[in-house]
Design a protein around this ligand. Structure first.
Ligand code: HEC
Length: 461
């Protein structure tokens, strides 16, 4: 998902779309879903689907046409409509504000925000010249647009809907921004680890305090136009106080989205930053998608299943799924001369490690490694781990998808010793993969390696 986000952000999609051109079937095909009851400019813009249900067709001189998603405006002009740059190619912003806003009498009075690639000095579009640009590739000033901008033979109804959508892309009222303050929220799930909660809040609050103590500019109301560019009025320095709100939904996860909607209605925020999940983050990501609020880098060990289709949440990683892939690669790596034949893994039923364990089983079974998994029942005391490890043999690789209280129980003298003679230090690769060295809770003086977030353990023995 990070990759997808990066692609959108850098507009590398342009290269992608061009590269894909040769591979794409040029014939328009019907999509299965029935056509929408009225033309949807958003469907054309984001998915490349027309009112009729046919796929959008983008033709370009001298190359194969693009269809459907590849032809969709979003792949170049981005979800926001603000465009971007790709190598030396500029993809201009095409929100209504940038296309239609009348030119200011003097260049230094242009009211548009500064966007690289914007052309505030060109003749504003009318609906007719805009339709011509999209159909025939001719700008408002009669210039031929570059071959990178495809031509689209849209019906009048589809064209009207698309132009309407470009108008809705204007965001002149950004939530959570006042002349003096910039509001952020962080969201903490009720089953999040309380120690991690304290740690995360302490860091965030300190950061906000530091930032507010050391103002880096003039107060918001004193704008300081640079005076030198076409955007003089639009470029100004402001210094807003940052305000952090802590939103902590309670009760069953099905009710969180509504609770967050209420929090947002009471205090709109510009972005949701960091945050802490327990087992379930899906209701939070649903909220972020619905409100179109950027939700940046929550601490989530298991991103929701549809995370790849989320636009507004950016995750650090695929969480336990990434760990499963990396642990799998580490165990299958024979370069250190050790071949893994059997893997034992232990997880808590219903916790995120369960998903990781299933994913690792899939990776290893596909390569013929025997995997035996044991679940410690939800709510069983940490001493249940000893039972789960009862018959581990010294030739097994052992993977523990467990949180700290269970791992600590391994140190407990009353637990039966684990019958492992050879405890091997992690190989170079594992150090890189899993980051952080933990004191080995096992006998034998070796080292084990835990992931950097510390609550899931991986031991190679
Ligand atoms: C493959 C990439 C790509 C796709 C897909 C694409 N565009 Fe463009 N578009 C461009 C580029 C590049 C330009 C700049 C062309 C130039 O200035 O010569 C452009 C320019 C434009 C302009 C002219 C803006 C101005 O300021 O004069 C409009 C309007 C426009 N695009 C609308 C759309 C719409 C609507 C769609 C979807 C139906 C779309 N584009 C799809 C790449 C793309």
């Amino acid at each position: 998902m990070t990759l997808r986000a990066a692609v959108r952000l850098s507009s590398a999609a342009l290269t992608f779309a061009l590269a894909m051109g040769a591979l794409v079937d040029a014939t328009p095909r019907s999509v299965d879903s029935h056509a929408a009851p009225s033309p949807s400019g958003e469907a054309i813009y984001l998915k490349g689907v027309l009112w009729s249900g046919e796929l959008l067709l983008a033709s370009r001189a001298d190359t194969e046409p693009l269809t459907g998603e590849q032809a969709a405006c979003v792949s170049c002009h981005r979800q926001s409509g603000l465009g971007g740059t790709e190598a030396r190619n500029v993809i201009p912003p095409i929100t209504g504000q940038f296309l239609f806003d009348p030119r200011a009498a003097r260049l230094d009075e242009v009211q548009l925000p500064y966007i690289p690639g914007a052309r505030p000095d060109r003749t504003p579009y009318t609906e007719a010249t805009l339709a011509r640009a999209i159909r025939e590739g001719v700008s408002s000033e009669g210039r031929d647009l570059s071959y990178l901008m495809p031509r689209y033979a849209l019906s009048d109804a589809d064209m009207a809907a698309l132009i309407n959508h470009l108008r809705t892309l204007d965001h002149r009222h950004v939530p959570g921004v006042s002349s003096m303050e910039l509001h952020f929220a962080t969201i903490i799930a009720p089953d999040a680890d309380p120690v991690a909660r304290r740690g995360m809040l302490a860091v965030l609050q300190q950061f906000f305090e530091d930032r507010n103590i050391a103002p880096r500019g003039l107060p918001a109301l004193n704008m300081a136009p640079s005076g030198n560019t076409a955007y003089a009025k639009g470029m100004f320095k402001v210094n807003r106080r940052w305000v952090l709100h802590v939103w902590e939904p309670t009760g069953p996860p099905e009710t969180w989205t509504e609770q967050l909607e209420k929090d947002f209605a009471a205090q709109p925020v510009f972005a949701v930053i960091s945050g802490l999940a327990g087992r379930n983050w899906a209701p939070v990501s649903t909220f972020c998608e619905r409100r179109a609020v950027p939700c940046l880098f929550p601490n989530v060990a298991q991103p929701p299943a549809d995370a790849d289709h989320n636009f507004h949440t950016l995750y650090f990683s695929r969480g336990v799924l990434l760990e499963a892939d990396l642990i799998g690669a580490g165990l299958l790596d024979t370069s250190a001369g050790k071949v893994t034949k059997r893997v034992r893994q232990v997880y808590r039923a219903g916790d995120v490690g369960e998903t990781g364990a299933h994913a690792l089983t899939a990776v290893l079974s596909a390569k013929g490694v025997i995997v035996a998994s044991r679940a410690i029942p939800h709510g069983a005391p940490p001493s249940a781990l000893a039972e789960a490890l009862r018959d581990v043999s010294s030739t097994d690789a052992l993977v523990l998808w467990l949180r700290q209280p269970d791992l600590t129980a391994l140190k407990d003298r009353s637990a039966p010793p684990i019958p492992l003679d050879a405890i091997r230090a992690g190989t170079g690769r594992e150090k890189w993969l899993l980051g952080q060295r933990l004191d080995s809770p096992m006998r034998g003086g070796g080292h084990s390696w835990g992931p950097t977030n510390r609550f899931l353990g991986f031991k190679r023995v």
